[in-house]
Design a binder for this molecule. Structure first.
Ligand code: HEC
Ligand code: HEC
Length: 216
C-alpha cells in the first residue's frame, strides 16, 4: 500500500510542477483565512531587565518561540529524517537525509520541493514548500525533543555546533533565505512567530548580552 501511495503522490507532484512550469496559475484559492503568525516581543522590550545575564536568558527564551516552532523543527530533527505539519509527524512519503542532507540518491528533496512554494489543487495539502537550498539540517543542528537550554548550549558552542561563530549563527538566522522560508511557508501552513527581522534582533541582543542560556 505504502509504495502505491508514494507513486501516486510523486506522480501528482510531477504533474503539478509541470503545470506550474508552463505558467498556468492555480485557480483562485477558496477564501479560507490564511494562518497568522503568533506575536514575538521586540528586543527593545527587554531593556527593562537590568541584569545582562537575566536579560540574555529572557531574549533567548523569546527567540526560542521561533526556534522551537514546527516550521524550524521539521527540518531540524534528531533522527535524520524530516517531519511535517504542526504536529511534526513523520514525512510522508518516508524520507531520509541521505549523505548530503538533500535526500537519498534517486529521490532527492528536489524531486518534489522546487525553488519556491508551489500551490496545489489538493484540499489536505494546499502547497508544497520550496527553496533553492531545501534540505535537512546537519546532525550538529539536531534539535527536536531537546530542551531550549540544551539547544542554546548546542548552538553557541563551536565544539557542538560544527565550528560556527556567533557572528555566523546570527547571520544565518537573520539573513538566510532558507531560514526565511519559515515566515513564508506557503498556503496552509502557519508562519513562525513574528518576523525574521525581529528574530534577528533578538539573537543579536542575546549575543550582545553574553549569549547566556536558559537552564537545560
Ligand atoms: C516524493 C516527494 C517528496 C520528497 C522527495 C521530499 N518531500 Fe518533503 N514534502 C513533500 C510534500 C508533498 C510536503 C507537504 C506535506 C504537507 O504539507 O502535509 C512536504 C513537506 C515537507 C516538510 C514540512 C514542512 C512543514 O513545516 O510542515 C519538510 C520539513 C520537508 N518536506 C523536508 C524534506 C526534505 C528535507 C527532503 C529531502 C531529504 C524532502 N522533504 C523530500 C514531498 C516530498
Ligand atoms: C527546509 C529545511 C530547513 C528549515 C525549514 C530550517 N532549516 Fe535551519 N538549516 C537547514 C539546513 C540545510 C542547514 C545547514 C545550512 C548550511 O550549512 O548552509 C541549517 C542550518 C541552520 C543553522 C546553523 C547555522 C549555519 O550557519 O548553518 C541554524 C542556526 C538554523 N538552521 C536555524 C533555523 C531556524 C531558526 C529555522 C526556522 C526559522 C530553520 N533553521 C529552518 C535546514 C532548514
Amino acid at each position: 500500500m505504502r509504495v502505491v501511495t508514494v507513486v501516486i503522490l510523486a506522480g501528482a507532484l510531477a504533474a503539478a510542477g509541470a503545470v506550474m512550469a508552463g505558467g498556468i496559475a492555480a485557480p483562485p484559492a477558496a477564501p479560507a483565512p490564511a494562518p497568522q503568525p503568533a506575536p514575538l516581543k521586540t528586543a527593545a522590550s527587554f531593556q527593562s531587565i537590568k541584569d545582562p545575564a537575566a536579560r540574555s536568558i529572557a531574549l533567548f527564551t523569546e527567540a526560542g518561540k521561533v526556534i522551537q516552532s514546527p516550521r524550524c523543527m521539521n527540518c531540524h530533527p534528531v533522527q535524520r529524517a524530516p517531519t511535517q505539519g504542526d504536529d511534526m509527524h513523520p514525512h510522508n512519503p518516508p524520507m531520509v537525509a541521505g549523505d548530503s542532507g538533500h535526500g537519498p540518491a534517486g529521490m532527492p528533496c528536489f524531486s518534489c520541493h522546487q525553488q519556491a512554494n508551489v500551490p496545489t489543487w489538493g484540499d489536505s495539502i494546499k502547497s508544497i514548500p520550496g527553496d533553492p537550498k531545501w534540505g535537512l539540517a546537519p546532525a550538529e543542528m539536531a534539535w527536536q525533543g531537546k530542551s531550549l537550554g540544551a539547544i542554546c548550549n548546542q548552538i553557541k558552542t563551536p565544539a557542538t555546533n560544527g565550528g560556527r561563530s556567533l557572528t555566523e549563527l546570527h547571520h544565518h538566522m537573520a539573513d538566510d533565505h532558507l531560514v526565511g522560508w519559515a515566515w513564508n511557508p506557503g498556503a496552509g501552513r502557519k508562519p513562525a512567530p513574528g518576523t525574521q527581522a525581529q528574530f534577528g534582533e533578538l539573537i543579536q541582543a542575546w549575543i550582545d548580552t553574553g549569549a547566556k542560556c536558559p537552564k537545560a
